[in-house]
Structures are given as structure tokens and as C-alpha cells.
Design a protein around this ligand. Sequence first.
Ligand SMILES: *Cc1c(COP(=O)(O)O)cnc(C)c1O
Length: 452
Amino acid sequence: MKKLQYERPVIQRLNTGVMNKFGTRTEYAPVTHIEGNAVKDLIEKYGSPLFVISQRVIEQTYRDANRAFKTRYPKVQFAWSYKTNYMNAVCNVFHKMGSWGEVVSGFEYQKALNNGVPGNKIIFNGPDKTEEELKSAIQNNSMIHIDHLDELYLIKELATEMKARPKVAIRVNMDTGIYPMWDRFGFNYENGQAWDAINKIMLTDKIDLVGLHCHIGTFMLAPSAYGVAAAKLSDLALGIKKKFKKNIQYIDMGGGFASKNTLKGSYLQGQDTSPSFDQFAEAITTAILNAGFVEDELPLLILETGRALIDEAGSLLGTVISNKRLSDGRRATIMDFGVNVMFTSFWYDHKISPAQEFSQYTEDAVLYGPLCMNIDVIRENVTLPPLKRNDHVVVHTVGAYNMTQWMQFIALRPAIVLIDLDEKAHVIRKRETLSSIESEEMMPKHLKEFKL
Ligand SMILES: *Cc1c(COP(=O)(O)O)cnc(C)c1O
């Protein structure tokens, strides 16, 4: 046998945004399939636009996150942030993998109960919990995270009235070195509000302080901020132990880890710049483990990670409506989806791939949505091969917030399909219809008829 010739490997530095021999092309390969399902077929069957969620990617991402924390800390629990994506099928993928539920409104609370999450595995956050909702949370033994003193006083009253001992945590806000600070939720650490709330709770035997909570921001790119926050919550927990001889059962670090999306105006791709779960886990667990808890009193570590667990699992399939030239000569491509279903295009440069083969030729274009609204822009400037009418595209990393913040403005909202582990597609939300939208409307009798 002839000996193969050895070729020395080389590492080449790539400069993003700089010309190379292929020009400035940024979208390299067509994405014709999503896990064995042809984009063309999915659109034919379920309509365009269409959200597609990959169960496999959710599970993989969840396992990665879980592993990052569990290898570093003995007691870890994830709680799925409903508002990030509260399609029931999506929530149940997380619950099946062991996630509790984290909700920020009465409606979400009810959703978690209906999905079958036991009351004592639901974390109830948010500034607006009505008396009725608090009563039901107390009855169900849920973890109620107190946002302000009015809520604390109300819970105290309800505890007396119901002869129950509600399980609560306080939400703590703090300086983590990231500005502007999120200080509108919960009680401040630095100025003593947090201790004030703790004292008020501890000095009544009507309420059981079981945890400490923070949620320091969203799309956080600095793991070190979580280290600071975990150290401050640990300090409160140890202070409570010292002053009241009470062990705090859990520290809840909230959500906010950045997903792999690219923020508008950033030079590098989110794929390359967002910290990994390992980096966040290292910062948080190191801070708690160094804080000085004795080993068997280490608190349970709860994470309410939302976007970083679901963003990559979501894609949006869409279709080209038309091309035109703007007055300055730029190419404009109009798509059949806009900011109504892609709310996150206000702050991300979403990666967009053509769904069919294309030539080497590319051109800078602006991508518009279909709405009669000037701000309906999907990408201000993206390098794509020229797309023709009826061509399809795949928008990547849209799993977080788009399916909850979407707006029913001008157009009907699309169907959502989940692709299971065997690559089979399931509709998890039907495409809206005129009658589904009008189902809550009423017409006063005197307006029923008219003549033109
Ligand atoms: C929104 C929210 C989360 C999830 O945040 P992500 O940025 O999606 O990770 C978690 N906890 C609370 C209290 C929230 O309000």
C-alpha cells in the first residue's frame, strides 16, 4: 500500500465582515430539511409561515445545562419559565425531563396546574398576584416569591384567615456590576430592604421563609454577575442562619442566561460569544460553595432558565412574497412573516437560511414582513442569494418569547409543529382562523345590521 502523504494542518484566523475569496457571503448552506422533514413539505402541509420546535434540541440543551450544574453542585433543580414559551406541549417536554414550573401570573399558574405540575412544585413569581391567586397558591402549597411589602402584608393576613403557613421566598435585587440595575422587582440587597423584609417575615410565625430568589436580568453575557448575585444571596442565607437559627432551603438564581442569538449591533455571532452553561454554572456554584455553608446545610440550587433552553429549538419557516428595489437601489425582499410573529427581531439579527439550493451570487438586502407598518423589518441588512417569489427560508433560534409575545395584528398567527425524537411532526397549536379570533367578540344588537 502506498503511504499517504502527510499534510501539516494549519489554523487560519477568520475575520468576520472582511472580504475573502467568496465575497462577504454570510449564509453558507441552504437548510432544506428540519430533522428529516423537508421544509417544502412542512409548509405544504401546515401552511406558511410555520413555527417548528425540535424536541430533540430541547432535550439535548436541557441535558447540557443540567450536567453543567449537577457536576458542580449536589442539589440542582430547574423550573421551566412559562412566559418564555408556554405552549403546553413545550412545557410538558420540560416537565417530563424533571423541570418544575415557574410562573409570573395567575393565568400561567393555572396553566401549570392544568399541565399536571403538583402545586408544591410551582414557583409563583411576579409583582401582580391577586388575593384569589394567592389563596389558591397557599392552598396548593406553592412557593410564593414576594415582590413587595404590600404582598407580604396580604399573605400574612391570608395566612391568619386560612390557618395555613404559606411557603415564601423574597425576591432580592442587587448590584451585580451590570447596569442599568433591575431594581424594580423585589427588595434591594445593598440598602437594607432585603433584611427588612426578612426580619418582618421571620418575626411572624405565620409565614415560612423557605427560599431566596433573584433574577438579575435577561440575555446576560457576564457569568461573573451571577457569581456576585449568588454570593449576596448566600450571605443573606447565612445571616438568617446566624440570626434566627433557620436554614434556608433553596437559593433560586432566576433565569437570564444568554441564548445563542446575535444581538443587533454586535460584531461577532452569538454562537461564538454567548457564554456556555459551564461558565454560568462555574460562577454560581463556586460562589455558593465558597460562601461557608456546612455541607449538609447546602441549599437546593434552583434555576429558572428560559431562553437559553428553548431558543435554539425553535425555527420559523416562511415564504417570499415579492422582491422590489428601494429608491436608493437596495434590494428589498418581502416575506410572509413579520414582527407580529417575530417579536425578537427588534433586538436580534436572526440568522436566516434559504431553504433551497442557490448559486454563488449574493446581494445585500433588507427583509421586510407583510404588515402595512413601516417598522415591520426582519433584517435591516442581510447578505442572501436572491430569493424568488414562493422560495422558502428558515429563520433560526426563535424558540424563546416569540410564541408568547407574538401579536395578533393584521395577520392570523401561524401553526406550531413539534418534531418528536422519531422525526415525526405533531401540530401543537393550530393556525388561527377568523372565528377563533372573533370567538370572544360580541356585537350589540343595535349594530348588527346596516345598509349601504
Ligand atoms: C422571565 C423570567 C425568567 C426567564 O428568563 P430568561 O431570560 O428567559 O432565562 C426567569 N425568572 C423570572 C422571575 C422571570 O421573570
